[in-house]
Write a protein that binds this ligand. Structure first.
Ligand code: AMP
Ligand code: MG
Length: 425
């Protein structure tokens, strides 16, 4: 992979075409400039949900702490069991979860045992209760009730071994990690601080909800989709509202945002419309690259730095905002948050249920519904009109159909790549 040390150096590279940058190339380029946050906060594990561990976690104990039973049944010595006919054993006690059997098991003896109860000394195997009958003179074990020593027994440390590295720094804390931390008796962990993300919308035509609309004006929806997408990533959000297409006001907004946030996101004003001042301002305030990404929707995109803040200038169209966020910004935020395992969203194969029209040249992200055909296969069909202003196409979709630049029209039955949006939207 190429290494570029500065945005300036990049813009001078021979094969760099800012007017038609492939999606993958833009992703790789952005990645090179991302320095994860390093500040650590200690929080209770509940508050760590959705955060990223900043420390390695070593197990202070074995989980489980003792060999114990995986079943309700009878603790036995495997060697005592006859391979044919029933085996009669003498009951010498009980082992309950949390209340172990105090003695030890001798030859010909058995102890009634319950799931999670400590294995008595001397016992190596558990016979499930359905394969044994207790009578007045003992416990009869069916032939073949167990087939090997150690059956139905859980071993100390089989989940987590004392001293082992359970998590590395960069591990996201999700429900299983919360449970594992609790099982180790850990109540506080070090996590990276939250990313502070400031955003505003640009455009003279935009009004905020609660204001009346004059002719030609529209409500600003991008600040709400951005709010939602950033909330899902557990960012600290600074909503700076709508900034009109007035250079002084834009400059002030950029300066304020960059001074207080790790990341600044804007929408609108990065195309080449006459009132788009973002581009000019940026060359003055920071080091920013403007790209026409070879993708649809979401062609214009800006990335760069203003002071210490990263800047993403997203297009104005509501669908383009979401697609560029998911394809570029989301990964970048995950890296900045301290995650070490960030890879582009995986692609799955599905069969087209409806023909697709496409002109070769750009990567397309068509909004679509993936559904089971009832026979174990999945078919995928677009949600209809793919205009980049049609936000309802995102709402109806559960996936993107991702079409490579060279792909043209496709017929029903063609195999296509899909990216699931489940959990993202
Ligand atoms: P622009 O990139 O500023 O040229 O905007 C492209 C299109 O997106 C125009 O139709 C804008 O009115 C629309 N647009 C820009 N920003 C927003 C926003 N925050 N909410 C809804 N639509 C927007
Ligand atoms: Mg605009």
């Amino acid at each position: 992979m190429e290494t570029v040390r500065s945005l300036r150096e990049l813009s001078c590279a021979d094969d760099y075409d800012p007017d038609s940058l492939p999606v993958d190339r833009a992703r790789t380029l952005i990645r090179q400039f991302l320095q994860p946050v390093t500040t650590v906060e200690r929080v209770h594990i509940r508050a760590a949900l959705g955060r990223i561990l900043a420390e390695a976690i070593h197990s202070p104990l074995d989980v489980p702490g003792h060999d114990n039973s995986a079943m309700d049944g009878w603790a036995v010595r495997f060697a005592d069991l006859a391979s044919t006919g029933t085996t009669k054993l003498r009951r010498t006690g009980e082992s309950f979860a949390g209340k172990p059997f105090a003695g030890s098991l001798g030859a010909g003896e058995t102890v009634r045992i319950f799931t999670g109860a400590v294995m008595p000394d001397g016992a190596d195997t558990v016979v499930m209760q359905e394969r044994a009958t207790e009578t007045r003179d003992g416990v009869s074990i069916e032939a073949g009730a167990v087939t090997k020593a150690g059956q139905n027994r859980r071993f100390a440390g089989e989940d987590l071994k004392r001293g082992a590295t359970v998590f590395e720094p960069g591990q996201p804390v999700r429900p299983p990690e919360l449970g594992m931390l609790a099982s180790l008796g850990i109540n506080e962990v070090g996590v990276y601080r939250r990313l502070r993300v400031a955003f505003f919308s640009t455009g003279d035509e935009l009004r905020s909800i609660g204001q009346p609309l004059a002719s030609g004006e529209i409500y600003d929806s991008n600040r709400y989709t951005l709010y939602g997408m950033l909330k899902r990533l557990d960012c600290e959000i600074v909503d700076m509202g709508v900034v009109p297409d007035v250079p002084d006001e834009l400059e002030r907004a950029f300066a304020t945002a960059a001074a207080s946030a790790d990341v600044v996101i804007t929408s609108g004003g990065v195309s080449v419309g006459e009132a788009d001042f973002v581009r000019d301002l940026m060359s003055k305030l920071g080091e920013v690259l403007f790209w026409k990404i070879a993708m649809k929707p979401g062609r214009p995109l800006a990335y760069g730095r203003i002071g210490n803040a990263h800047f993403f200038g997203l297009p104005g169209n509501p669908v383009s905002v979401m697609v560029t966020f998911y394809e570029f910004v989301r990964d970048a935020l995950l890296v900045l948050q301290g995650r070490r395992d960030v890879a582009p969203m995986p692609l799955f194969k599905a069969t087209l249920g409806k023909a697709i029209r496409k002109v070769p040249g750009r990567t397309e992200f068509q909004r679509a519904m993936l559904a089971s055909d009832g026979a174990g296969r999945y078919t995928v069909s677009t949600t209809g009109d793919q205009g980049s202003g049609i936000l309802s196409s995102m709402s109806r979709a559960n996936c993107f159909i991702v079409l490579a630049p060279e792909t043209g029209n496709l017929d029903v039955g063609a195999e296509v790549d899909v990216q699931l949006l489940d959990g993202l939207i």
